[in-house]
Design a protein around this ligand. Structure first.
Ligand SMILES: Cc1cc2nc3c(=O)[nH]c(=O)nc-3n(C[C@H](O)[C@H](O)[C@H](O)COP(=O)(O)O)c2cc1C
Length: 181
């Protein structure tokens, strides 16, 4: 079974994105092994602390190297991606040894992108995230899903997916499994 590493772009406990990731996790059950990347303890990118490699970065890199694909679930912050997501991928874009031409953990890694947010379905976030991921050498799956949450979720914190949204996610799962086959 292939491995899929979930990256949740939101750090908040009741994250809409985490809720949707749980729905996708259910769709992947018995089809792929899902783990969630814990990256909240990554320091901010700073070349002064790059070597020796900080423990949190070494762990994150290992998980990325060991997975067949990364699946990013992310909110949109000001028509772009959250700073935590940028920090993660900036670290992953760095060479793993002091030889500046050495390999990075993200090169050629397959990445699936799903965005959950407000009215514009995270369009600005996904466009910019795709540009970033392609720039650092990741292989971004073409079928991206962007969802607007139900209006009530803004007060109840409970995402209720429509049948159409579920169908979009189901198609994305089929495409992801085909890409990984
Ligand atoms: C700094 C900031 C900027 C935001 N900008 C946008 C935005 O540009 N577009 C949007 O749809 N939602 C925006 N939001 C609202 C988020 O979509 C909302 O907070 C959502 O709940 C975040 O996803 P989460 O529930 O997974 O944390 C913004 C939220 C924050 C905190």
């Amino acid at each position: 079974m292939k491995n899929v590493l979930f990256v949740i772009g939101s750090l908040r406990k009741q994250s809409f994105n985490r809720q949707v990731s749980e729905y996708v996790r259910g769709l992947l059950e018995n089809k792929a092994k899902v783990t969630e990347l814990d990256y909240a303890d990554l320091p901010l990118v700073n070349q002064d602390i790059e070597f020796p490699t900080p423990d949190a970065l070494a762990r994150v890199r290992r998980e990325v190297l060991d997975t067949d694909a990364i699946w990013v679930f992310t909110p949109e912050y000001n028509f772009s991606y959250p700073a935590a997501v940028k920090n993660l991928f900036d670290w992953l874009s760095r060479p793993m040894t002091e030889d500046r031409f050495s390999a990075t953990a993200i090169k050629d890694k397959k990445v699936i992108v799903t965005g959950i947010g407000g009215g514009n379905q995270t369009k600005g976030c996904r466009e910019k995230l795709t540009a970033l991921l392609e720039f650092i050498g990741a292989k971004v799956m073409e079928n991206q899903v962007g969802l607007s949450v139900n209006v009530e979720a803004w007060t109840s914190n409970e995402v209720v997916l429509t049948d159409e949204q579920k169908a979009q996610l189901e198609q994305q799962v089929r495409d992801a499994l085909e890409m990984l086959a």
